[in-house]
Design a protein. Structure first.
Length: 321
C-alpha cells in the first residue's frame, strides 16, 4: 500500500485530496493546524500540528523508521482577495516558514515525490484578449500581490531541492478553485463561495454587492477536476510548474449571473469599492493536458454542485434547517 502525507488536510482542497487518495487506496496521514470545519477527515490518521514549527514538520514527515512515498504540501495561510490584501505579513511570514521547513526536511528524510501547490497569482496582470501565457512567462516576475511572490519563492526553493538533493518535485499553479466543503464565510472565502453565499442570502429579485466593476476576468476550476489534476501531475514526468485550470473564462458579473441562474433567482448586481486583484487571466493548459487531464466541469456544472451546499450552510446558520 502506498503512503501519502497531505499537509493542509483540514482545508478545502486538501480535504478533497485526502478523499481522492483514499479512493486510490493509499494509506493517508493528514496534517493541519486545525480540524476540518465542514467534514470528517477521510485520512487514516490526522495530526493537528502547526507547520510553521520545524519540529512539527519533522513529526509530520516521519512514518515509522522512514517517511512517505508521496508528500502533498497544500498548507498555507490563505484566503480570497480581501484576505490577500489585508494580511500581507501573515502570508509572507507563515506560508514561507511552512514551505522552508517542509521542503528541507522532506528532501533530508528522502521523500521520493513532493507536490507543492502554487497559484496563478505568480503571473503578472493581463489585459482582456491577450494571448495565453505559458508557465515560463511567469519570469520576469511581477505578481500583483504578496501571496503570488511567496508562491514564486517557494516554487523556486522546491526546484532548488530537486536539482541539488534529488527529490522529485511536482508543482501545480492552481487557478481559482471552488466546490463544497470550502470556506464560504468569515472573510477568507474566495469569489465563487462569496457570490453563492450572497445569492443564497438574497431574496428573489434582490441585490448582491460585488467588489469592483464586475469586468475582471477569471477561470474557475471545480475541486474534483483540481484533485484529478494534482494526482495526474504527481504521477507524471512533468518537471517545473504546471498550470491547472478550467479553460472557460468569465467576468465576475457572469459568475453572479451563473449563480443566480442555478439558484433560480433574479438577482441585481451593485458594484462597490473593494479589492479586485488583476484585470484578466488567460493561461495555457498544454502541459497538464499532456497527462490526459481535461476539465469535466464547466462553470455552470460546478456551481450546480457547489450552490446547494452553500445554500444549506446559509440555512443552517440562520437556524432554518
Ligand atoms: P484552505 O485555506 O482551505 O487550506 C489551507 C490549509 O492550510 C487550511 O486548512 C489551514 O488551516 C492550513 N494551514 C494554514 N497554516 C497552517 C500551519 N501553520 N500549519 C498547518 N496547517 C496550516 O485553502 P485551499 O483553498 O484548500 O488551498 C490549498 C492550497 O492551494 C494552498 O496552498 C493555496 O495557496 C493553494 N491555492 C488555492 C487556490 C484556490 O482557489 N482555492 C488557488 C491557488 C492556489
Amino acid at each position: 500500500m502506498k503512503t501519502a502525507l497531505v499537509c493542509g488536510a483540514g482545508g478545502f482542497i486538501g480535504g478533497h485530496l485526502v478523499q481522492k487518495l483514499k479512493d486510490e487506496e493509499y494509506w493517508v496521514r493528514g496534517v493541519d493546524i486545525k480540524q476540518h470545519e465542514y467534514r470528517e477527515t477521510a485520512a487514516d490518521e490526522f495530526l493537528q500540528l502547526d507547520l510553521r514549527e520545524e519540529a512539527n514538520c519533522i513529526q509530520a514527515l516521519t512514518l515509522g523508521d522512514g517517511t512517505f512515498d508521496e508528500v502533498y504540501q497544500l498548507a498555507a495561510d490563505m484566503g480570497g482577495m480581501g484576505f490577500i490584501h489585508s494580511a500581507e505579513c501573515e502570508i509572507m511570514h507563515n506560508s514561507v516558514l511552512i514551505n522552508i521547513h517542509m521542503t528541507h526536511h522532506a528532501a533530508r528524510l528522502g521523500v521520493p515525490r513532493y507536490f507543492f501547490s502554487s497559484s496563478v497569482c505568480v503571473y503578472r496582470d493581463m489585459q482582456p484578449g491577450e494571448p495565453e501565457m505559458t508557465e515560463a512567462e511567469a519570469i520576469p516576475a511581477n505578481p500583483d500581490n504578496e501571496y503570488g511572490w511567496e508562491k514564486l519563492y517557494s516554487e523556486r526553493m522546491a526546484q532548488a531541492y530537486e536539482r541539488n538533493q534529488g527529490m522529485t518535485v511536482r508543482i501545480a499553479r492552481f487557478q481559482n478553485c471552488y466546490g463544497p466543503y470550502g470556506t464560504w464565510t468569515g472573510g477568507r472565502e474566495k469569489a465563487p463561495a462569496a457570490i453563492c453565499r450572497k445569492v443564497a442570502e438574497a431574496e428573489d429579485g434582490g441585490t448582491v454587492e460585488v467588489w469592483g466593476d464586475g469586468t475582471a476576468v477569471r477561470s474557475y476550476t471545480y475541486v474534483a477536476d483540481m484533485v484529478d489534476g494534482i494526482y495526474r501531475l504527481m504521477h507524471s514526468d512533468l518537471q517545473g510548474a504546471v498550470n491547472i485550470g478550467c479553460p472557460e473564462y468569465v467576468t465576475v458579473d457572469e459568475l453572479v449571473r451563473t449563480v443566480a441562474e442555478v439558484a433560480g433567482k433574479t438577482i441585481n448586481i451593485k458594484h462597490i469599492d473593494g479589492p479586485v486583484g488583476v484585470q484578466s487571466r488567460n493561461f495555457s493548459n498544454e502541459r497538464i493536458y499532456s497527462t490526459g487531464w481535461q476539465a469535466k466541469y464547466f462553470l455552470k456544472d460546478g456551481i450546480a454542485q457547489n450552490y446547494p451546499w452553500i445554500e444549506e450552510q446559509v440555512k443552517k446558520a440562520r437556524g432554518e434547517s
